[in-house]
Design a protein around this ligand. Structure first.
Ligand SMILES: CC(C)(COP(=O)(O)OP(=O)(O)OC[C@H]1O[C@@H](n2cnc3c(N)ncnc32)[C@H](O)[C@@H]1OP(=O)(O)O)[C@@H](O)C(=O)NCCC(=O)NCCS
Length: 256
């Protein structure tokens, strides 16, 4: 349960992408669920997305009863970089910071790597698949252009061809985050993802950042194997729920 109370707001980026009024809520409790639903009614929200800690079963069961549907489960890992410094490696694959002008290449890699990816957008059958793919390609593109999305984007290059990317951010003076990464299908299984992560860990160490966190869908086992081998440990998990509202013109909910 969050101590900070309900935080709910309209998501303009999702509204622009999917063409429906969308809201995101955090900090739901059994007591404040009616406030969240009232916000949705007042704003004619069609889709509400929320994340709940998996240990908060009373909230989870309450919102399940309220017609929310489970879309994904996120698992978070952290690594103490002072105890687990990034290892060295040798490879013909080069990892380097991205250069301005390469944002379309990064976007193209994300487009292939995240095609049909099972995040909470793709899991919602009412959202158009091509638009769900755009969530990741736009995120990768923006990561190259805006410090709000990432502080650094690393590129993996083999024989002059860019084959993967990964993004990292400093969340605070002592916590980094490995955010988004993708590798072209024909180059998967060669350790490219691991090498990009090792370079993101080094990036943190160079900034004297003592820990790095990362998160993924619990079903994404390839990346969790890499994390565990590098000294990451799981520390929390969240369910993502979606609730759809079909409003009648008089502001009441249509019967399903
Ligand atoms: C996940 C992903 C980044 C892994 O990239 P990669 O360079 O192949 O990863 P690595 O080579 O470092 O290998 C990671 C492990 O996963 C395995 N693996 C890689 N791709 C796999 C796949 N498609 N299916 C099953 N296992 C896979 C590797 O074999 C390796 O395990 P192993 O050492 O036991 O053999 C890549 O598959 C991808 O782009 N996926 C889609 C996007 C995504 O999931 N991004 C990460 C979350 S933001």
């Amino acid at each position: 349960m969050s101590d900070e109370g309900l935080r709910i707001s309209l998501s303009r980026i999702d509204e622009e992408r999917f063409g429906i009024i969308t809201a995101k809520a955090e900090g739901l409790t059994v007591e404040n669920i009616p406030d969240a639903l009232k916000f949705c009614k007042n704003n004619m929200v069609r889709l509400l997305m929320t994340r709940c800690p998996t240990h908060d079963l009373s909230v989870v069961q309450e919102i399940e009863n309220g017609g929310f549907s489970l879309m994904d489960t996120l698992t978070y890992y952290s690594c103490n970089l002072r105890k687990n410094p990034p290892p060295g490696y040798t490879s013909e694959i080069q990892i380097r910071p991205f250069n301005p002008g390469e944002e379309d290449i990064v976007k193209a890699i994300a487009s292939e790597a995240f095609d049909g990816y099972l995040g909470h957008y793709h899991a919602d059958a009412r959202l158009e698949k091509a638009k769900c793919d755009e969530v990741y390609t736009d995120w990768a593109y923006k990561s190259c252009l805006s410090r709000e999305a990432a502080d650094e984007v690393f590129i993996a290059e083999m024989k002059g061809r860019v084959i993967g990317f990964g993004t990292v951010r400093a969340n605070s003076a002592d916590e980094g985050q490995y955010i988004l990464a993708g590798v072209l299908r024909s180059y998967q299984g060669l350790g490219v993802y691991r090498m990009i992560l090792v370079n993101c860990m080094k990036w943190c160490v160079q900034k004297d950042i003592g820990s790095i966190i990362t998160a993924t869908q619990v079903t994404n086992l390839p990346v969790q194997k890499v994390w565990i081998r590098l000294g990451f440990e799981p520390y929390c998990s969240y369910y993502t729920f979606h609730k759809w509202f079909d409003w009648s013109q008089d502001g009441s909910l249509k019967r399903p």
